[in-house]
Design a protein around this ligand. Structure first.
Ligand SMILES: *Cc1c(COP(=O)(O)O)cnc(C)c1O
Length: 370
C-alpha cells in the first residue's frame, strides 16, 4: 500500500539512502496519468558493485541520479553489458506483484555467462527488484493496464582499454511507469522485414540481452519508420529466408486450423518469457504449438491464401501486440480483418488478466512484492 506518512518502508537486504528531493505527489500523479513507455523514471535506483577481489558488495537503494563513469570504462569501448526487463503490476486490492521474476533472474545469469560478466546470484536479483519496487511503490500505476517497468542493467565500469573481461562491474536497477508501448495501444502494428541487415547469428549474442544486439538493430528500425512501420522483423543470418524476431519481441503466427507457429529457439533468438507464457496458454486452450523455422515465403503465401490468419509479437514491454501488415522490398501483405484476430485477442486478455490480478494465477507465475 502507498505510505501516506512519507516515510519509506524498510528493505532489509539493502541499505536505504532516501532521495531528499523526491518528485512531489501531484507531479507523480500527473506522470502516472497516462505514462508513455520509458519517458519518466522513479525517485530511486537499486545498486550493487562487483570487484574481482571481493565479489558482490554494497547492496543499496539510493536516489536516482547520473552515474559517474570514467571515459575509459570498458563498457563504453567493448560493450560488456547485459540487461533485463520486467514489470510490477498493481492488483485491484492495491497489492503489487511481479510476473515470473525468477525467469528474468535466470536469463540475466545466462546473459552474464555469455558476456563474461560475473553472475549475479538469483537471490540478489530478486531482492534488488523487490527493494526498488518497495521503496518506489507509489510509482506503480493504479490497476488497469499500466505497470511499473523495471530495468536491471550490469556493465563493465573498470577503466582500462585492454580487450578483456572487466574486474569492476556495476549493477543498477531503475524503474519507469509504463502505459502502452506503441502509440496506438492495442491497435495492430505494421512490421518491416529487414532483408539486408541481420541482428544475430549462430554462435553470436542474439539469445542474450546485451546492448550490441540493440545497437545493431537501430538502422533497420530507422528503415522501418521510413516505410511507415512501427517495428522491424529480422531474418536469420544463415539462409536469409526465415523470420526470426523483432528488435525486442518474439513473433507468433496462427493458422486457419488453429495451429500456432513460432520460430524455434535456435541460439540466435531471445527466449522471451512472454513467448513462453503465451505458448503455454495457447497449448492449454487446445492449440497445437509448433516451434520450428518460419520461412517468410510460407507466411506471405499463407497470408495471401488465408492459411495464416493471425500474426502477433510478444514481449514484456508491449505485451501481446497484434500485427496488421508485413512489409518489405516487393511485398506489402495484409493480415485478415486488419490484424485483430480472435486467438491474439484471447491470449492477450488471458495474460493481462493474470498479470493484473483479474484472473486466477493457476501456474504460480505471480510473486507478491508489496
Ligand atoms: C526482451 C526481448 C524479447 C521478449 O522477452 P520477454 O521476456 O518476453 O520480455 C524478445 N526479443 C528480444 C530481442 C528481446 O530483447
Amino acid at each position: 500500500m502507498t505510505s501516506s506518512s512519507g516515510a519509506l518502508p524498510p528493505v532489509p537486504e539493502f541499505a536505504l539512502h532516501p532521495n531528499p528531493h523526491p518528485v512531489p505527489p501531484d507531479a507523480r500523479a500527473a506522470a502516472l496519468e497516462a505514462p508513455r513507455f520509458g519517458a519518466v523514471v522513479t525517485d530511486h535506483m537499486a545498486r550493487m558493485t562487483w570487484t574481482s577481489e571481493d565479489g558482490w558488495l554494497d547492496r543499496r537503494v539510493e536516489p536516482y541520479a547520473p552515474l559517474a563513469l570514467e571515459p575509459a570504462a570498458l563498457v563504453l569501448h567493448y560493450g560488456q553489458e547485459i540487461f533485463e526487463g520486467l514489470k510490477a503490476y498493481r492488483h485491484p486490492d492495491g497489492s503489487v506483484w511481479g510476473f515470473r521474476p525468477e525467469a528474468n533472474a535466470a536469463r540475466f545469469a545466462a546473459s552474464a555467462r555469455r558476456m563474461a560478466l560475473p553472475e549475479l546470484p538469483v537471490e540478489d536479483f530478486l531482492a534488488s527488484v523487490r527493494a526498488l519496487v518497495t521503496v518506489d511503490q507509489a510509482w506503480v500505476p493504479p490497476a488497469d493496464d499500466a505497470s511499473l517497468y523495471l530495468r536491471p542493467v550490469m556493465f563493465a565500469s573498470e577503466p582500462n582499454l585492454l580487450v578483456r573481461a572487466a574486474r569492476r562491474v556495476e549493477y543498477v536497477v531503475i524503474a519507469s511507469p509504463a502505459g502502452a508501448y506503441f502509440a496506438g495501444g492495442a491497435a495492430p502494428v505494421s512490421i518491416w522485414v529487414a532483408q539486408d541487415l541481420h541482428r544475430a547469428s549462430p554462435g553470436g549474442t542474439g539469445a542474450v540481452k546485451t546492448m550490441g544486439n540493440y545497437g545493431a538493430s537501430l538502422a533497420s528500425q530507422a528503415e522501418a519508420y521510413r516505410h511507415g512501420c512501427e517495428q522491424v522483423c529480422f531474418l536469420d543470418a544463415v539462409s536469409g529466408r526465415n523470420l526470426e524476431e523483432l528488435g525486442g519481441m518474439n513473433l507468433v503466427a496462427v493458422r486457419a486450423d488453429g495451429t500456432v507457429l513460432t520460430p524455434a529457439l535456435d541460439g540466435a533468438i531471445l527466449p522471451g518469457i512472454t513467448r513462453d507464457a503465451v505458448l503455454r496458454l495457447l497449448a492449454a486452450d487446445g492449440h497445437e504449438v509448433v516451434e520450428r523455422a518460419l520461412p517468410l515465403e510460407e507466411v506471405l503465401a499463407g497470408l495471401a491464401s488465408g492459411e495464416v490468419t493471425e500474426l502477433f509479437a510478444c514481449g514484456t514491454g508491449a505485451g501481446v501486440s497484434p500485427i496488421g501488415r508485413l512489409v518489405g522490398h516487393g511485398f506489402d501483405a495484409r493480415v485478415a480483418d486488419g490484424g485483430v484476430g480472435p486467438v491474439t485477442a484471447r491470449v492477450r486478455a488471458q495474460l493481462m488478466d493474470i498479470q493484473h490480478g483479474r484472473a486466477p494465477d493457476e501456474r504460480g507465475w505471480m510473486v507478491r512484492w508489496v
